[in-house]
Design a protein around this ligand. Structure first.
Ligand code: ZN
Length: 454
């Protein structure tokens, strides 16, 4: 009997698109919601709040395309209705409805998330999904749902609810500012950031850009986020927060479990013939034109798989152009990419997010033959007229050019954008090989993940 009661007391909450480019922040709403829940109800959280990044190649996404999922079990079943009401009020109060935000909020009661909702998340990582499809799933599974503005937030909210993060994942601790301080600049000790980053490597990522000498943990502008530290383990991240010795009085912090840094949006293989605009994925393909540079220092080249040929673009800010420019016809590569929309000027283009060189072909240079008499390189007498040695005047009427193997300047290796150009989902180079395989609430650390400072 106990398990049935337990099942009834479980609530999953998903929301998205509460912010807009004018400010505020979906994770700050999560922080407030968690604060209120902890204060007003007797309940347990079943997981860290999830910070879910969705397909980053959709142009109408919110800033970071981050959605949130919170899972909890109440001690009293009667609380569920009140909790739903409270969260809805908080979301309406805090969102920028009518100012660019189109929030969606969904609730699911029960232990197991239906496969259909998990599938919706899987597709939301790389595809374009409609709010009609989200609505259909919401109705079919008796979920409570609230949508505002154009309702687009329902897609991310439903996807977040279907996100279990049962394979790879990372953590981010986000510290929030008190509202009085929002207009002041953040004071962060750069040396302390570098010190933390160096001492915790490889268990943290995207803290500092050593090439451009930039701190990456703090946003700019009136955002309520003071800083966010990313890595593999909540304990290390909270330790990092201490190591920074932040002088500003903060509102508090919250640790999220997240798909950031997992490269998950590029995990599905796409046939070049079936690449839809704005989808993300990867392809194993052959380079079929030599790369060329266009204005702005961007590099273009064509690739081909069994189904089609496509133009691939490597943008200058990614720092990948130096590698891309050394590709050669015949090279066999894997690329991760987002599909850019076709315009009147160009067909659809694959925006490259990583390059894995699987096989760099041998390339040859054709050179004049050496003199059979004295060994010196001969000069051509003109097309089909043979060669003559300038030193000993030996003539070779039937001589032919010879193939000389040219050393390749690129290594068969994986190349990803530099830190400044990385997206939330980009998997840092050093994370390859250290992917996690699911989370277990019973055995993994699940302490001190939330605090309000007083
Ligand atoms: Zn000679």
């Amino acid at each position: 009997m106990k398990s049935i009661i337990d099942d009834k007391n479980i609530l999953h909450i998903g929301f998205d698109d509460t912010d807009s480019r004018y400010g505020r922040c979906t994770t700050h709403l999560a922080f407030k919601i968690v604060s209120n829940l902890k204060r007003n109800y007797s309940l347990n959280f079943l997981d860290y709040p999830l910070l879910v990044r969705l397909n980053p190649n959709i142009p109408w996404k919110t800033r970071g395309n981050g959605a949130i999922c919170i899972r909890l079990r109440t001690d009293n079943n009667k609380d569920i209705e009140r909790i739903i009401e409270d969260i809805r009020n908080e979301l309406e109060r805090c969102s920028y409805i009518g100012n660019g935000a189109n929030p969606g909020l969904v609730f699911f009661e029960g232990l197991e998330i239906p496969n259909e909702i998990k599938e919706f998340y899987r597709f939301a990582m790389f595809d374009i999904l409609s709010k009609q499809k989200a609505l259909k799933i919401v109705k079919k599974n008796n979920m409570k749902c609230f949508a505002y503005g154009n309702g687009q937030g329902l897609v991310g909210a439903t996807a977040a609810l279907g996100c279990i993060l049962e394979s790879d994942y990372t953590f981010e601790v986000i510290a929030y500012r008190k509202s009085d301080n929002l207009q002041t600049s953040r004071k962060i000790d750069v040396l302390k950031v570098i010190d933390f980053d160096r001492s915790m490597y490889p268990y943290t990522f995207n803290c500092y850009d050593y090439i451009h000498k930039r701190v990456l943990i703090a946003p700019h502008g009136p955002d309520p986020v003071f800083c966010g530290i990313r890595g593999e383990d909540p304990k290390i991240l909270l330790n990092g927060l201490k190591m920074l010795e932040i002088k500003e009085k903060l509102e508090g912090y919250l640790v999220y479990r997240t798909n950031q840094g997992t490269g998950m949006h590029l995990n599905n293989k796409l046939e070049l013939a079936n690449t839809k605009t704005y989808t993300s994925g990867f392809s194993r393909c052959k380079v079929v034109t030599n790369p060329y540079t266009i204005q702005g220092g961007h590099i273009l080249f064509a690739v081909m798989d069994n189904s089609d040929t496509c133009l691939a673009a490597v943008y200058e800010p990614t720092g990948l152009t130096k590698i891309a420019s050394q590709l050669h016809i015949g090279d066999f590569i894997e690329i991760g990419f987002g599909v850019r929309k076709a315009t009147s000027k160009h067909t659809k283009v694959l925006n490259v997010e990583y390059i894995l060189i699987l096989k760099a072909v041998n390339i040859y240079e054709l050179i004049n033959p050496n003199c059979k008499n004295c060994g010196k390189r001969m000069k051509s007498e003109g097309k089909n007229k043979g060669f003559q040695c300038k030193r000993c005047k030996t003539l070779d009427r039937y001589g032919e050019k010879v193939k000389l193997l040219k050393p390749r300047t690129i290594k068969e290796d994986l190349y990803i954008p530099n830190a400044k150009a990385q997206r939330h989902l980009t998997k840092p180079l050093h994370r390859y090989g250290m992917e996690k395989n699911g989370w277990n609430r019973k055995t993994d650390v699940f302490l001190n993940w939330f605090e309000i400072f007083v």
